[in-house]
Design a binder for this molecule. Structure first.
Ligand code: TYM
Length: 335
């Protein structure tokens, strides 16, 4: 890893197939960052244990995310690709950071409240300290930039709080990291139904997965809610129409988006036609990624090699940070 490059870290939980939100919120930025920065990208398997205690599918899912990283274009020669649980220093830094994060601030986290509502029978301490583990992932490499979607913004704010608190208490060890997107704004890819964000766990029919077959994509888009169209020129788009335009923006040619916007503004749009165009553009976008995922996922020995190498590189960087952390706190009694 080159010394003078800025450090980047990010990760994705192996809790289900990855979708267009993961791609445009996170992966697309990872790929663009790999030449310019010192990048660490991991599969956040420990985070998945906070809500998915059943580990029967865990290995398959970890390798699935890894295959997607590679299929989308991450080059293991340039970046460190590893699995969170394999970086043993994580446990130690997490423990120190837990000593300086407070119950009140953790309970206020939006994702904690949301997940506690979704899993009322399993509100475990790991769920409460989820942002501390995420801060650990970032601070362990002293990363500056964290490519994530909008839903992770609050976690980044908390990471900065923990880093500043540590520096204030024990001396300067951590830089303050920031959420990153090449388009400046963090993005939220909407679901096909126009309700909230596209997500791994809620409403499969509103989510386009990177592993979806052509016909599945066409069917989902065909079923997306529309209406009979605006009755007046320059109307405001309802959420369930706005989302289709946003998705088109991501995968279609700019000309197509302009043309459909004009039709909408002239109250002359036919949504059936627009959805057909969106479906074909989506198929064109997803099909080559899907094929590469399949090819790579079949090569388990390659995947094992990649995460072993990645863990080695990550461990070197983590050990350096932990050395400074132990010294700063004063738990290095033997020199
Ligand atoms: P996860 O697995 O929920 O999501 C992975 C990444 O995908 C982004 N994302 C979206 N972006 C835009 N629109 C959407 N609809 C959408 N859905 C998901 C997320 O913002 C994220 O960037 N806590 C993290 C995993 C993690 C992590 C980290 C990330 C663990 N440690 C350290 C960064 C740094 C998570 O649950 O991601």
């Amino acid at each position: 890893m080159e010394k003078n490059k800025k450090v980047v870290l990010s990760g994705i939980r192996p809790t289900g197939d990855l979708h267009l939100g993961n791609y445009f919120g996170a992966l697309a930025n990872y790929i663009k960052m790999q030449d310019e920065y010192n990048c660490y990208f991991m599969v956040a398997d420990l985070h998945s244990l906070t809500t998915h205690p059943d580990t029967a599918e865990l290995k398959k899912n970890v390798f699935g995310v890894l295959a997607i990283y590679l299929a989308c274009g991450l080059d293991p020669q340039k970046v460190s690709l590893y699995c969170q649980s394999q970086l043993r220093q994580t446990g130690e830094l997490y423990l120190y950071l837990n000593m300086m994060s407070y119950k009140g601030e953790l309970e206020k986290t939006v994702t904690f409240k949301e997940k506690a509502r979704q899993h009322p029978d399993n509100i475990n301490a790991g769920l409460l300290t989820y942002p501390v583990l995420m801060a650990t992932d970032i601070l362990i490499h002293r990363a500056l930039y964290v490519p994530v979607g909008k839903d992770q913004e609050q976690h980044l704010e908390m990471t900065r709080t923990f880093a500043n608190r540590f520096n204030h208490r024990y001396g300067e060890v951590f830089p303050a990291p920031y959420a990153f997107n090449f388009n400046k704004e963090l993005i939220k890819v909407p679901g096909l139904n126009g309700e909230g964000k596209m997500s791994k766990s809620t409403n499969e029919s509103a989510t386009i997965f990177l592993t979806d077959e052509d016909e599945a994509i066409r069917k989902k888009i065909k079923k997306a809610k529309t209406d009979s169209g605006p009755t007046e020129p320059n109307s405001i788009k309802p959420d369930y129409i706005e989302n289709l335009f946003q998705l088109m923006n991501l995968v279609s040619a700019p000309n197509a988006v302009i043309a459909y916007n004009e039709k909408f503004n002239n109250a002359a749009i036919r949504y059936g036609e627009m959805k057909e165009q969106l479906a074909e553009d989506m198929v064109q976008f997803v099909a080559p990624i899907r094929q590469k995922i399949k090819d790579i996922a079949n090569d388990e020995s390659y995947l094992i090699r990649v995460i072993k190498d990645g863990a080695e590189k990550a461990s070197e960087s983590a050990e350096k940070t932990l050395g400074e952390v132990r010294r700063a706190i004063g738990v290095n009694y033997t020199g």
